[in-house]
Design a protein around this ligand. Sequence first.
Ligand code: SAH
Ligand code: F3S
Length: 482
Amino acid sequence: MEKIIDENKQGDALILEQKENNSKKLFIESYGCAMNFSDSEIVASILDKQGYNTTNKLEDADLVLVNTCSIRDKAEQTVRKRLEKYNAVKRINPKMKVGVLGCMAERLKSKFLDEEKIVDLVVGPDAYKDLPNLLAEVEDGHDAINVVLSKDETYGDISPVRLNTNGVTALVSITRGCDNMCTFCVVPFTRGRERSRDPQSIIEEINDLWSKGYKEITLLGQNVDSFLWYGGGLKKDFVKASEMQKATAVDFSKLLQICAEAQPKMRIRFSTSNPQDMSLDVIKMMAKFDNICNHIHLPVQSGSNRILKEMNRLHTREEYFTLIDNIRKIIPNCAISQDMIAGFPTETEEDHQDTLSLLEYVKYNFGYMFTYSERPGTLAERKLEDDIPEATKKRRLSEIIALQLEHSEFRTRQFLGQTIEILVEKESKKSKDQWSGRSQHTIVAVFPKENYNIGDFVNVKVTDCTKATLIGEAVGLSTKNN
Ligand code: SAH
Ligand code: F3S
């Protein structure tokens, strides 16, 4: 199943506008979640001011930065392989410097400098503003490191440069860190405590994107539903806020409203929602505004109450079903997608059957499914033995994927004969005569180009489909273009 951004995909080198006065060359690539891709845009913006233009040729680079992911062991192995490749290039270009950013930098800290001789620079997700100082140290011939996590850094004051953009869709980060402490997850350790970005700076970024022709934004956070702005500070310190701060606080549903009203024609998406934090207010706000896309990515991880408890997911299977029922009641055509983990420690065949029956109940539009990967330092690693044999994990995963594929096809087929609005994003990979875009439900559709352009909202009549893609023909521009 294709992922929107696949952790194992070769992180494309990111390129932006070349400035004549910038004499140094930066090669920057990203792995992992959308937040990493968004962070790389912040890093490129900071380094632009330090005289760096981006290049997509590794061999030409003065500085190579890799923004890394620690979520599963495989993600880390992918980065280790890239370091080998950089090493080969450095033999030809010994002046090239190599820096590691993101979650692996935070997790491994100075160990990275010891383990990987090629690495000159290690920078954690909250320390990118320190890059100019760290690079000065590197240029003086020293290794440099900053992995300090912050209580208030949100990079709200940095205007990200849009890298490798289609000019139509953009990522806008709204929270950093996560306080949820799911027992399998390394994110709370690598990205620190949860904090929210000033809504004012979010709106300014959205307005700026609209003025530059962007038509769709995704509000990003590890756990967007727990967004809470009361003037700055950690989410967990809200209890200590003044009465005034509490009265004027902005939560996620309010933020959605402000964004939807600021740019009524901009499509608004968000990711990721945690079931325990998603409120009815958010669902109602989605129903109220046409421009908020009817799609919720709602990871559940397991269908077994016992495993959910072991995972420290703070809801039951029954509560999850109630949430799903409420979503379907308030937004009948809402697309819902999942993340699932197969083979968490102690998972029995019965637990696994509970996962399959949960899938059957919800019939998600699509999902991202993984085998459990033990992460050092997490609660699960400290308390539970990784006791499910790899072959069993893989077999359970393939059963989960097979069922999800059936459901994806079922959901896709429901669009046959309907006319839906598609935002044109790019040329179809399969044919240069066809456009490719997505509906608000995050379903890909392809149709003949005719006179339509990238960035147009086009009404498309669905005439056919594959398992995951709609095939259709344009019936006219949507009124959104007026
Ligand atoms: N809230 C986050 C979740 C980050 S991790 C977000 O914004 O997406 C993304 C997914 O990776 C999780 O939902 C989970 O399904 C999977 N995952 C996390 N840790 C894992 C582990 N140790 N092994 C396998 N999968 C894991
Ligand atoms: Fe990880 Fe759970 Fe947060 S999956 S990112 S600890 S919501």
